[in-house]
Ligand binder design. Structure first.
Ligand code: URA
Length: 433
């Protein structure tokens, strides 16, 4: 087989056999296939798509590209959660300690920022000392002792995805349904959970812009999970505007802590509680979704999930004082206001533009291997539906860069102000199971 022929085959819109996909994924993982050929292949997949059969095969060969984690050493039903990527998406930081508090063991492998979206590991690393690299033994021990652990995609777990993820990020091939489905499901299958709850984001700030595309991604991933004997549920949640009010890294940790202390924005509470309720039903803690939702709401408001979070941070080397005093997390030197140019209502805040502006301010990577600035980010003071008066502050950019002209322009353009209040989108559109 020759990679050039396989690139040509997909460019012409044909389907691959399992052996061809294995050749591509194994060849790229071991370095025989160079980045430039893989980038061309990714772009061909981006434009031509893949059949359900190809996506399932691609997922399986990506799992086979490395080790799988045996979580049988962890007591209880292991339930994992994964988001397809959003802006201001700090849901994992809330859900993991919440479900761990009621006894569901959470062994979570998380990723770094991708494109305009943030990553849980980048956010956690805003906490001084936090260690996302755990050996398999440490990972299992932490989950047994503290009921939760969140680790980066270390070692040899789905190494094909690790390389592909970084290449897609810099070749404009992230928002492709087959590539997202195989990326997420290969990691989830390799990391050994018994059940999986997927948060498929839909809207302007998500990789899937329409409900039809989000539904197709959700259905594809649920089918892959079921085929591989993992109980899988997907929720389709709204990402037309960023989640919560903070976009970045340290500032998102701070906002997640507010929610864990029983406060914080309503969208974060509703989506976190919904995902946590599904996870705890799958984990056998509650019999019905309604029962789970009721109990978890009380627990979230009591602040007890915050104590689980604090313990988890300390166990993974993070400074627990920063959880107690999140205002001491890294702060940027410069704060630039965006003000309203007219009086009216916020009709829309383009989440992708906000994510890109945050990246330009230093919160994300422009190219593979870039360092991120944990203090950089954006605070949204106004969200969709809010009234605003001319000259009023709508958002603030936090940056350590000397100039932030480009980020400022992006953020300004993200806001649409109209005379009439807009129709508000539901936080959750559908459940797919
Ligand atoms: N999250 C992933 O893990 N992979 C993707 O491709 C997109 C979001």
């Amino acid at each position: 087989m020759r990679m050039v022929d396989l690139i040509h085959k997909k460019r012409q819109g044909h389907s691959f056999t399992t052996d061809e996909l294995r050749y591509i994924i194994q060849g790229y993982t071991c370095g025989d296939i160079p980045d430039y050929q893989m980038a061309a292949w990714l772009m061909a997949v981006y434009f031509q798509g893949m059949t359900d059969e190809e996506i399932a095969d691609l997922t399986t060969v990506m799992v086979e590209s490395g080790d799988t984690i045996d979580l049988s050493g962890i007591r209880g039903i292991k339930v994992d959660k994964h988001s397809t990527g959003g802006v201001g998406d700090k849901i994992s930081l809330i859900v993991a300690p919440l479900v761990a508090t009621v006894g569901v063991p959470v062994a979570k492998m998380s990723g770094r920022g991708l494109g305009h979206t943030g990553g849980t590991i980048d956010k956690l690393e805003a906490i001084e000392g936090f260690q996302a690299e755990l050996s398999n033994e440490q990972f299992i021990e932490h989950v047994n002792t503290y009921k939760m652990a969140i680790a980066g995609q270390t070692g040899n777990l789905a190494p094909a995805d690790k390389k592909l993820y970084a290449l897609r990020d810099v070749t404009a091939t992230v928002d492709s349904m087959p590539l997202i489905a195989s990326s997420i499901m290969s990691k989830k299958i390799a990391s050994g959970a018994d059940c999986i709850v997927l948060d498929v984001k839909m809207g302007a700030g998500a990789f899937m812009k329409s409900l039809a595309d989000a539904r197709r991604l959700a259905n594809t991933m649920v089918k892959i999970g079921q085929r591989l004997n993992r109980k899988t549920i997907a929720i389709i949640s709204d990402m037309n505007q960023p989640l919560g009010c903070e976009v970045g890294n340290a500032n998102e940790v701070k906002e997640a802590i507010e929610v864990l202390r029983g406060n914080g924005p309503e969208d974060l509470q509703v989506i976190s509680l919904t995902i946590a309720a599904h996870m705890t039903v799958l984990g056998g803690i509650y019999k019905t979704f309604a029962d789970a939702l009721h109990n978890l709401t009380t627990i979230l408001q009591s602040g007890s999930a915050f104590h689980t979070f604090r313990q988890f941070i300390q166990a993974q080397g993070g400074n627990p004082d920063l959880a107690d005093n999140p205002e001491r997390l890294p702060q940027a030197a410069n704060h630039i206001d965006i003000t309203a140019w007219k009086t009216g209502y916020i009709q829309q805040i383009d989440a992708e533009a906000v994510g890109t502006a945050a990246m330009m301010a230093g919160a994300g990577r422009q190219k593979k291997g870039d360092a991120i600035d944990p203090a950089a980010g954006i605070t949204l003071l106004k969200k969709s539906g809010d009234p605003v008066a001319k000259g009023e502050r709508m958002a603030v950019i936090h940056t350590n860069k000397k100039t932030a002209e480009e980020a400022l322009q992006r953020l300004q353009d993200a806001y649409v102000i109209t005379e009439q209040p807009p129709q508000i989108q539901p936080y959750i559109h559908e459940i797919v199971c």
